[in-house]
Design a protein around this ligand. Structure first.
Ligand code: F6P
Length: 357
């Protein structure tokens, strides 16, 4: 038995831990694992791949990035821009299937976010035996209670806040920290609570900057001269627009820039010196946390078990402390957003964090 493995979309801490889990479980069954390079691109004839044996998987559980390479553009992109989904060119699909047949791959494990899984579904519908593994630092996939990578990204935000707090308080400044997450506020919410932010601005709760300015003024009046404001890249003022950094034909727009806007406006409204810091790809880089290493390993092992059980077209999913699975069709395009009235937001409010609403 020979199975294929690929990583698609943006990289994410824990991708190599999935590979480690897949190779470990497959090797015990006497199966061979072929790792395709740069996502689905590696399926283009003649096929760009490497054989993943225990030797290659040794020690990778702790490595950030992906030893297979990835892409969130390319020939097999099913997200064709601004919420649009396109069909993969049938000619390209045939070419990929030819590569899989020639290499005698009996099932393909696709590790990725919504875009990669949408493409995986098209492969499955075209007759390729596929298993999906959810991956994203954004934690925005509805069909799994958690994705690996989220905890590592959040830990990075917390570390950054710890550092930025000391400089903000030394200078009595307002510090605005922009974090990733696309249209979901999970990284901002968890990173903000964990890092002791005073204000958290989320995509799910449109904000009013005058309310944030009022928080800063009140803190000032009570002798608290620095304020930490975490803003998610997808947050927007009430009735206002998203801040888009770049648009590229044929792919999703790139968010970015809200931190600078918020900082400039807060300085104007409060008269307090304000700085902004965008954490950007630091949130995706580096070694995975222990939680992400373990979750990703469990996901990799479960993917192999699903193949062994003949349960194809399914995506590994974490629910209620247990790794199970759902159909890929059920999983794609359903976003997991922060509930503005949920317990985590209530917890933040209870400890005095403002959402600028
Ligand atoms: O989906 C993960 C993510 O890091 C988002 O949080 C962010 O908006 C996007 O990818 C950035 O993508 P790129 O690496 O293409 O700039």
């Amino acid at each position: 038995m020979r199975i294929g493995l690929l990583n698609g979309g943006g990289d994410c801490p824990g991708l190599n831990a999935v590979t480690h889990g897949v190779v470990g479980a497959a090797t015990q069954l006497g199966w061979e694992v072929i790792g395709f390079r740069d996502g689905y691109e590696g399926l283009l004839p003649p096929g760009d791949y490497k054989i993943l044996d225990s030797e290659k998987a040794r020690g990778i559980i702790k490595q950030g990035g992906t030893i297979l390479g990835t892409t969130n553009r390319g020939h097999f992109s099913s997200k064709t821009g601004e919420g649009k989904v396109g069909q993969i060119d049938p000619e390209l699909m045939e070419q990929a299937k030819t590569t899989l047949r020639r290499l005698e791959i009996e099932a393909l494990i696709c590790v990725g976010g919504d875009g990669t899984l949408t493409t995986a579904l098209q492969f499955f519908e075209a007759g390729v035996p596929v298993i999906g593994v959810p991956k994203t630092i954004d934690n925005d996939l509805k069909a799994t209670a958690m994705t690996f990578g989220f905890d590592s990204a959040t830990q990075m935000v917390v570390d950054a806040l710890d550092r930025l707090f000391t400089t903000a308080s030394s200078h009595k400044r307002v510090m605005v920290i922009e974090v990733m997450g696309r249209h979901a506020g999970w990284i901002a919410l968890y990173g903000g609570i964990g890092g002791g932010a005073n204000v958290i601005l989320l995509p799910e709760i449109p904000f009013d900057l005058e309310k944030v300015a009022e928080v800063i003024r009140e803190r000032e009046a009570s002798g608290l001269h620095s304020t930490m404001v975490v803003v998610a890249e997808g947050a927007a003022p009430r009735g206002g627009e998203l801040t888009i950094e770049a648009r590229e034909a044929g792919s999703e727009y790139r968010l970015g820039g809200i931190g600078d806007r918020v900082a400039a406006d807060l300085e104007r409204l409060t008269g307090k010196e304000t700085r902004s810091c965008t954490l950007g790809h630091l949130q995706r880089g580096g070694t995975p946390t222990s939680w992400d290493r373990v979750l990703a390993t469990r996901f990799g092992v479960k993917a192999v078990k699903l193949i062994e059980a003949g349960e194809l077209g399914r995506m590994v999913s974490y629910q209620r402390y247990h790794v199970g699975s759902v159909t890929i069709a059920e999983a794609v395009s359903k976003l997991n957003l922060v509930d503005p009235n949920g317990e985590v937001v209530e917890t933040a409010r209870a400890v005095g964090i403002s959402f600028g609403d």
